[in-house]
Design a protein around this ligand. Structure first.
Ligand code: PLP
Length: 426
């Protein structure tokens, strides 16, 4: 196909009209309201194919889950094979035992696991467990970190003030959270000196991917770990994106700091809807005694656990991490070079497995310093990139998968170059 001459996306327009009649906004997740209007016909490896005959090199990866590429054969086949003998039993089965063993062993430090369908649910289960274990209610969280879409975690920043992000959201549900800038150990220490005895948990993305792909400062995670121990607080790492993506042991392995509980999702199951809460036995066992409720009709279905077993086995048996890092590094360098060629102040930062593209120059260590960049300008560029066959998100985060190789790199850089040429000539 030729993405150079965008044609009227006729079939997408027709489908969108039909979708709008039955689906608010034509989408089933509000995150997609801001996305491309093109309808996807199929996806394979690192490529998306639209109903209008266009193809895209995919660096959005379904918002992260397609770490093994689209429709990874070994995962899809395993799921289909397993589901022929039943999909959901309302009882236990061997695959869920294998999935639990495999994930706990891969993660390394975790004793026990509970599966859920979404990262949002896994995070809520972690909060409930922490509150039950400590008898406290408040939770420290950080600006820019995303932990799901429910009332007690969804936040927006308007004119420098944080608050609810949606009409209909109960503001009171945010009252039990203490919101701090991230990456500043002194601020955490101060907050704990004031109200450490009220805090049940500290929760964070250990690598802040959702806003800017920002690494923790040296010593920050270790310091928070120490403070949590000092005040008897449960440390929760939300690894829904970083888990199985940065390495088999995620950000916990990369930075060498162990939480008490951690949530996983996305890359854990090759695109299938699965998330998990893992943690220390003394905490997790509260679910087992029944004193803390964690439920879900679809938790640990045959589909989910077959997908986990096949994905995690594949990540262990044929680790793609070096290849992903090489592709990511070459891509980051290539984007920067091309940007420089057009005299654009492009900024490409983060890790090769997940990085952030924007305009501007600033020492970015948290959400506040991230705002010194020209994020709105990149958001506009992102839609030009999509028009030129690069499937990327407006918020600047690019994900690399195990299916991205030299062909994808060449195509991505050529398309990026053409996109910048058309953008700068406007
Ligand atoms: C760090 C983090 N936690 C939690 C969630 C929520 O996961 P889900 O969308 O599966 O509910 C996300 C989703 O992007 C996430 O990035």
């Amino acid at each position: 196909m030729d993405n150079d001459e965008p044609q009227e996306p006729k079939q997408s327009n027709e489908l969108r009209e039909r979708a709008l009649k039955r689906t608010p906004g034509g989408v089933h997740s509000n995150v997609r309201l801001a996305g491309s209007r093109e309808f996807i016909r199929s996806a394979q490896g690192a490529w998306l194919y639209s109903v209008d005959g266009r193809d895209y090199v995919d660096y959005l990866l379904g918002q992260g889950p397609n770490f093994l590429g689209h429709a990874p054969r070994q995962v899809v086949d395993a799921v289909f094979r397993a589901c022929r003998d039943g999909v959901i039993f309302g009882g236990q089965h061997e695959l869920e035992v294998r999935a639990a063993e495999l994930v706990c062993e891969a993660v390394g430090w975790a004793d026990k696991i509970r599966f859920s369908m979404t990262g949002t649910e896994a995070v809520q289960a972690a909060f409930r467990l922490a509150r039950a274990a400590t008898g406290r209610t408040k939770i420290i969280r950080f600006e820019g970190h995303y932990h799901g879409w429910l009332d007690n975690v969804l936040l927006a920043n308007r004119d420098g003030r944080w608050g609810t992000a949606s009409k209909g959201q109960l503001p009171g549900h945010l009252d039990d959270f203490v919101l701090l800038p991230w990456n500043d150990l002194d601020l955490v220490a101060d907050a704990l000196a004031r109200q450490g005895e009220e805090i049940a948990a500290v929760v964070m993305e250990p690598l802040m991917i959702n806003a800017g792909v920002i690494e923790p400062k040296p010593g920050f995670l270790e310091g928070v770990r120490r403070l949590c121990d000092q005040y008897g607080i449960v440390l929760i790492f939300d690894e829904v994106i970083s888990g199985f993506r940065l390495g088999i042991d995620g950000a916990t392995g990369r930075y060498g700091v162990t939480p008490d509980l951690a949530t996983y999702g996305k890359a854990i199951a090759g695109g299938f809807p699965v998330a998990a809460l893992v943690g220390r036995e003394d905490l997790m066992d509260r679910f087992g005694t029944g004193e803390v409720n964690h439920s879900g009709t679809f938790n640990s279905s045959v589909m989910a656990t077959a997908a986990v077993v096949a994905s995690v086995s594949s990540l262990i048996d044929d680790p793609p991490y070096e290849r992903v890092a090489q592709h990511g590094k070459a891509l980051m360098d290539g984007l920067l070079d091309i940007g420089t060629g057009y005299e654009l102040p492009l900024r490409v930062a983060g890790l090769p497995q997940a990085f952030h593209v924007s305009f501007g120059d600033a020492e970015v260590t948290d959400y506040r310093t991230l705002q010194q960049l020209d994020l709105a300008r990149y958001e506009k560029l992102a839609s030009t990139l999509v028009d030129h066959g690069l499937w990327v998100a407006g918020r600047g985060v690019w994900y690399v998968s195990a299916a991205h190789g030299q062909r994808e790199l060449d195509a991505a850089l050529t398309r990026f170059d053409k996109a910048l040429a058309s953008w700068t000539s406007r």
